[in-house]
Design a protein around this ligand. Structure first.
Ligand code: FES
Length: 548
């Protein structure tokens, strides 16, 4: 144990004895077990138990486990409220917390147990910073619920609010659905942000394939957690560090997985941040370009009918890797944390006969890509279109401009937004929100009212992985910094041309110059505390909204 070996470290050893450790325990390598448990959400509810099982594996393999905890913010609980501003900020706090514990206690190796959205990229960012042998354990998806004879997830909850607004559901229906949509512990139950980032961890090589797929409440998870504890000692013996795992080829594979599985647009933000922590060059356009090449080969919600539990039963992310490797999409030049190669993962993949979740590149679920990166006069530094396998399109429409998510949601529910409108929601960027809130209340309301395919949403905020429809987020520069999105007025024509990767504001340059000269930043009540610190240091969404 680095911190207690030297004879002069006897005072430190006195506290280790106080914890019940023996001389033998103190001589062994220490494995920090970072759990993102909180009792505030179902997503991370299993982490304390998992940490115990990881510790069993660590001890069995000859190490001494040392558990610690971080904060975590529930996206679903805070969605549509001021609390959502804390979500992206929490990514930085969690990464900083794990990093600080690693630097303070000088672990020899580390396991990070993660679940809810921001905990997954945060842990990978911390692993890259500390660069000690490390393994990521994704705690697993929730099972879907059942309501009135059909499988449901939290996605159905948000869309139910729109259906209530047009009278298709009553409040009693919505309340009844809420009691059935989420039957127990685990992350949101399909290829939303948490599961997207869980698969990113597999394809980056930081998590062992086959572990994250296992649903949170499946009994197989405990044995898998013990195995992860053993792997931590194995990566220590091999001195395999995140810097050797996080390479340009690993990033390529991770981006390909997001594309092939129709993943969340949040992956763009998080991949940029992870690349930056690892010292790798990755531009937002690189992600867009690869996502254009790789078709969607899984039929997962929100773009398809299946849940993450269905994917696990079908063969899991290992089967997806096998299909992508066979098509030449993946680069088998990478190091995986459990010592296998991608070819090993592919040959170990067990496909369930008759499964309908995973196809192959020659027979995609949707031939077009999951997302696209657009630029243009409305987004000179880029933005992200959730293409969702939709064929390329050109759409022009009159802008309806709102300065917050709440303003926009109220307008949609009041019936003010109609077919063909381009809804612009601004001052919701990383600094402007602050915290770049996810616009799920808006996309859910639009879909629920039947406007998901006829109204375009453009924002400097971002989207939940649950969101679908014609949605464009991460517009940069953001309104808070006086980007062109701050200058849009009601009735201006906004044009999206997905084939040309363009988002334009059709207003003459001299008029835009006049508006820019008259623009002033609106007041925001963020003079103190964590949000004030965040606003002072956070960067552009087009660079991952990082704080260093
Ligand atoms: Fe935690 Fe969806 S809110 S995973």
């Amino acid at each position: 144990m680095n911190i207690a070996d030297d004879p002069d470290r006897a005072p430190a050893r006195s506290h280790l004895y106080a914890m019940g450790l023996s001389d033998d325990d103190i001589r062994r390598p220490t494995v920090g077990i970072a759990s993102t448990w909180t009792g505030t959400m179902p997503c991370n509810l299993t982490h304390r138990d998992l940490a115990q099982h990881v510790a069993v594996g660590v001890r069995r393999a000859g190490g001494t486990p040392m558990e610690f905890n971080t904060i975590a913010v529930s996206d679903n609980l805070t969605m549509g409220t001021p609390g959502m501003r804390a979500s992206l900020v929490s990514r930085e706090v969690i990464a900083d917390s794990i990093e600080l514990m690693g630097r303070a206690h000088q672990f020899d190796a580390m396991v990070c147990i993660v679940g809810c959205d921001k905990t997954v990229p945060a842990a990978m960012m911390a692993m890259a910073r500390l660069d000690i042998p490390s393994v990521l354990l994704y705690s697993g998806s929730m099972m879907p619920g059942t309501w009135r004879g059909r499988e449901v997830t939290v996605q159905d909850m948000w869309e139910a609010l729109g259906e209530r607004a047009v009278g298709r559901l009553g409040q009693d229906d919505v309340d009844d659905l809420a009691r059935h949509a989420c039957p127990g512990a685990g992350t949101c139950a399909a290829q939303y942000t948490a599961n997207t980032m869980g698969t990113v961890a597999d394809f980056l090589g930081l998590a062992p394939f086959g572990v994250g797929d296992i649903p949170a409440v499946a009994e197989e998870k405990t044995a898998a957690a013990e195995r992860v504890g053993e792997i931590a000692l194995d990566v220590l013996a091999r001195d395999l560090r995140p810097s050797a795992i996080l390479t340009a080829d690993a990033l390529h594979n991770a981006i390909a997985s997001v594309a092939a599985m129709g993943g969340s647009t949040n992956a763009v933000l998080h991949l940029l941040a992870i690349a930056r922590e690892a010292g790798l060059d990755l531009a937002i356009d690189d992600i867009g370009a690869l996502c254009r090449e790789v078709p969607i080969i899984t039929a997962l919600k929100p773009g398809g009918p299946h849940t993450s539990a269905d994917l696990w039963r079908a063969g899991g992310t290992s089967l997806v890797a096998a299909r992508l490797l066979a098509a030449g999409v993946l680069r088998d030049t990478v190091s995986l944390v459990d010592g296998r190669t991608l070819a090993d993962v592919a040959s170990d993949a067990a496909e369930t006969p008759g499964q309908e979740v995973v196809t192959d590149v020659a027979h995609p679920v949707k031939p077009a890509g999951a997302l696209a990166v657009l630029r243009g006069s409305l987004a000179p530094d880029g933005c992200v279109l959730k293409l969702g396998g939709r064929p390329d399109f050109v759409r022009s429409g009159p802008a309806r401009v709102y300065d917050s998510e709440e303003e926009c949601f109220a307008a949609i529910q009041a019936g003010t937004v109609t077919d063909g409108d381009v809804v612009v929601v601004r001052y919701e960027g990383p600094a402007g929100g602050p915290g770049m809130r996810e616009m799920l209340s808006i996309t859910g309301a639009l879909v629920g009212r039947g406007l998901g395919d006829s109204v375009t949403l453009v924002t400097d905020g971002r989207f939940s992985g649950v969101s679908h429809g014609l949605v464009i987020g991460h517009v940069a520069p953001e309104a808070w910094h006086g980007g062109p999105i701050a200058l849009v007025r009601d009735g201006d024509t906004v044009t999206v041309d997905s084939a040309r990767n363009v988002l334009d504001l059709d207003v003459p340059d001299d008029e835009l110059a006049r508006r820019a000269a008259a623009w002033t930043r609106p007041a925001r009540d963020v003079e103190r505390g964590v949000f004030a610190k965040y606003v002072a240091v956070v960067g552009s969404a087009s660079d991952g909204a990082v704080t260093v």
